[in-house]
Design a protein around this ligand. Structure first.
Ligand SMILES: O=C(O)CCC(=O)C(=O)O
Ligand SMILES: [Fe+2]
Length: 294
């Protein structure tokens, strides 16, 4: 589905909202919006268009956002919320919300701490992968634990024409089995076998067309589960090109931050923090796309 392009900066201003770009190619902070309150229907396509173009939107100081209101906000962008197989890391009342971080309750780990520690885009291992992802920071370390976002559209644009031509038609294999092992080393052998049986490998094009922007971008998948079988070495070269700095925004978290990101032509990566002394807790919602990458 191609949507009409929207002058989202103009539309935000007309709603009395300020937009401030956080780096050249990724990240825009939007101020003036309280996500716990009902949001004007007309703003949804505006935010969607802004997120598609800027990869990631930041809403600060969302301290009053309950899980219920957070989910209601996310659900307004379409797709279907992911229900993660590792249900012990999801909120009991709202299993669509996955807890990222090193938090315990009653002596039990209730969050997954490693999931973001590699360059990836969410749920690339599904035939219809991640559309938008939302992260709400509840507790964050004062330093470290940043998350970086890389714009695969800008990275693709910057390639010379000859390099673009060489990428044409190349496919990437994405393996949930490999990824699951890296993300959840604590999972039992049975859980790993069940995950593999449930989700066979998928193949997606390396260059995909962003359906809302009608532009081509790199779709690498992730460091821990993807490979370009036809040309070993190409994956790492493109990953370096896309993540080396120019196309990246690095986010320093504050409690209350909400980030909304578009998974379709981007990558992101969390950073390590001292898990022995500092807590980090983010609530994640992934909306799954209703179309395959093309
Ligand atoms: O921990 C983060 O900052 C990002 C987490 C992440 O990428 C994920 O849960 O998919
Ligand atoms: Fe992620």
């Amino acid at each position: 589905m191609t949507r009409p392009s929207i002058d989202w900066r103009h539309s935000l201003a007309a709603h009395g909202l300020a937009a401030h770009d956080l780096s050249r190619h990724a990240g825009t902070q939007i101020t003036g919006l309280d996500l716990s309150q009902p949001i004007d229907e007309a703003l949804i396509p505006t935010l969607r268009a802004a997120c598609a173009e800027r990869v990631v939107l930041l809403f600060r100081d969302q301290h009053d956002l309950t899980p219920r209101a957070y989910l209601a906000f996310a659900n307004r962008f379409g797709g279907r919320p992911d229900l993660h197989s590792q249900r012990q890391y999801c909120l009991g009342e709202h299993p669509e919300i996955f807890v990222v971080g090193n938090v315990e309750e009653n002596g039990r780990r209730i969050g997954a701490s490693r999931v973001g520690l590699n360059w990836h885009t969410d749920h690339y291992h599904l035939p219809e992968p991640g559309l938008f992802t939302f992260l709400h920071a509840l507790v964050v370390p004062p330093e470290a634990g940043e998350t970086r976002y890389a714009n695969g559209l800008a990275a693709y644009d910057a390639l010379p024409a000859a390099a673009k031509a060489e990428l044409d038609g190349i496919q990437v294999r994405h393996s949930r089995a490999k990824l699951f092992k890296a993300l959840f080393p604590e999972a039992t052998a049975e859980a790993q076998a069940a995950e593999q049986a449930k989700m066979p490998d998928v193949i997606h094009p390396l260059v995909r067309r962003h359906p809302e922007l009608a532009r081509d971008g790199l779709y690498l998948g992730g460091e821990w589960g993807s490979e370009i079988e036809a040309e070993p070495g190409l994956f790492d070269r493109l990953l370096d090109h896309m993540t080396d700095g120019e196309f990246v925004y690095q986010h320093h978290w504050r409690a209350g931050d909400v980030l909304m990101s578009d998974n379709r032509c981007s990558l992101h990566r969390a950073s390590e923090w001292d898990e022995t002394t500092e807590l980090r807790r983010l609530h994640r919602i992934i909306l799954i796309d209703d179309q395959r990458p093309q």
